[in-house]
Design a protein around this ligand. Structure first.
Ligand SMILES: C[S@@+](CC[C@H](N)C(=O)[O-])C[C@H]1O[C@@H](n2cnc3c(N)ncnc32)[C@H](O)[C@@H]1O
Length: 311
C-alpha cells in the first residue's frame, strides 16, 4: 500500500525519494514535477515545522488537483504551488524571493492522469485528438507538429526520441496521405506498417517520440539540470526519476561529471572537478512488490546526488 497514491497518480519510489532528498528537516525543497502531489505530500510529512516545499507543474490539471489535495499545507504556508515550465525555474523561484534551495525532485515524464485522459492524446490505447501538450497553452500540439514536418524531419524525430528501428517506413506511412489527426488514426497506421510482436513496442516508441518533441523534453531537462547546479546549496540534494534511457543517460552523465559529454574534468592534482557527487553507484529501481502494485514503476530509475562545496 502506498499512502501517497491517489486516483490521479501513484508516486513511484516514494520512500527512497524522500529519504534520499531531505538533508535539512527545515529546509526549502522544490518538487519541479508536482503532478498529483504525491511526492510533495510525502516530503511535507518528512519535513519539520519550518520546512517548505515549492511545487511546480506546467499542467493546469496538476495544479488544480494538487492545490485541492494539499490545501491545508498551502494555508499553513508550508507549500507554494506555481504553474510553469521547470526550464524557467530561476524565474519562477525569483518571483517567490527564493535564490537557493536545499533540494530538488524531478519525476520526469507524464502522470497517470495525463495518460488516462483520452482527450489529452498521450495514449495509444485511448482515442483522442493528437495533442500531447503538457501545457495546453503551448502553441503546437502533436497534430500541428505533424502538419508542418516533412518526412525526413519526422524520421529523425522517431529515431532520436523513440529509437524506432522502423522510423523510415513509419514516417512515410504517417505523411503519405496527410498526417493523422487522432491517436486512433496514428495507431492504425503503425498497425499497418509493423507486424506483431514488434507492433506494440513501435506504438509506444512513436507516441513517446512525438511527446518528447512536442514538449521539448530533452532540452528542458538539460536546462533544469544546469539551473539546479546553481540553485541547490552545497550539501543539498537532487533526486531524478527517469523512465527511459534518453532521459537517464544525460542525468547519469551530468550527476557524475557535471557535463553532458560524460567526460571527467580534473584539477592539476588529478581530483575530479564535479559539482555533484552521486549517492548510489547504480540507480534505484522499484522492488517486485511496487511493480506488482503499480506497473508504471517498472521502468523508473532514481538517481540521487549531493551538491559539492564550491571550490
Ligand atoms: C510523472 S508526473 C509526476 C507525478 C508526481 N511526482 C506525483 O507524485 O503525483 C510528471 C509531472 O511533471 C510535469 N512536467 C513534465 N515536464 C515538465 C516541465 N518541463 N515543467 C513543469 N512540469 C513538467 C507533468 O505535467 C506531470 O504532471
Amino acid at each position: 500500500m502506498n499512502p501517497y497514491a491517489s486516483g490521479y497518480h501513484e508516486p513511484v519510489l516514494c520512500k527512497a525519494v524522500v529519504n534520499g532528498l531531505v538533508s535539512v528537516a527545515d529546509g526549502c525543497y522544490v518538487d519541479a514535477t508536482l503532478g498529483g502531489g504525491g511526492h510533495t505530500a510525502a516530503l511535507l510529512d518528512m519535513l519539520g515545522p519550518f520546512g517548505r516545499v515549492i511545487g511546480v507543474d506546467q499542467d493546469s490539471d496538476a495544479i488544480e488537483e494538487a492545490s485541492k489535495r494539499l490545501a491545508p499545507a498551502i494555508q499553513e504556508g508550508r507549500l507554494s504551488i506555481v504553474q510553469g515550465n521547470f526550464a524557467n525555474l530561476p524565474v519562477l523561484l525569483d518571483a517567490l524571493n527564493i535564490s537557493a534551495i536545499d533540494g530538488i525532485l524531478l519525476d520526469l515524464g507524464v502522470s497517470s492522469h495525463q495518460f488516462d485522459a483520452g482527450h489529452r492524446g498521450f495514449s495509444h490505447r485511448l482515442n483522442g485528438p493528437l495533442d500531447m501538450r503538457m501545457d495546453v497553452q503551448m502553441s503546437e500540439s502533436a497534430g500541428d507538429l505533424l502538419a508542418r514536418l516533412d518526412e525526413s524531419e519526422l524520421r529523425r524525430i522517431l529515431r532520436k526520441y523513440g529509437e524506432e528501428p522502423r522510423a523510415r517506413a513509419i514516417a512515410h506511412a504517417m505523411l503519405v496521405d496527410g498526417p493523422p489527426s487522432t491517436t486512433a488514426e496514428l495507431a492504425a497506421i503503425i498497425d499497418r506498417v509493423v507486424a506483431p510482436p514488434q507492433r506494440s513496442k513501435s506504438l509506444a516508441r512513436v507516441f513517446q517520440a512525438l511527446r518528447i518533441a512536442v514538449n521539448d523534453e530533452v532540452e528542458v531537462l538539460l536546462q533544469v539540470l544546469r539551473d539546479a547546479t546553481d540553485l541547490v546549496r552545497p550539501g543539498g540534494r537532487i533526486a531524478v526519476i527517469a523512465y527511459h534511457s534518453l532521459e537517464d543517460r544525460p542525468v547519469k552523465r551530468f550527476l557524475r561529471y557535471g557535463n553532458l559529454k560524460g567526460e571527467p574534468i580534473r584539477d592539476l592534482m588529478g581530483n575530479l572537478l564535479a559539482p555533484w557527487r552521486p549517492i548510489n553507484r547504480r540507480p534505484i529501481s522499484a522492488d517486485e512488490e511496487e511493480v506488482q502494485r503499480n506497473p508504471r514503476s517498472r521502468s523508473a530509475r532514481l538517481r540521487l546526488a549531493e551538491r559539492q562545496p564550491l571550490p
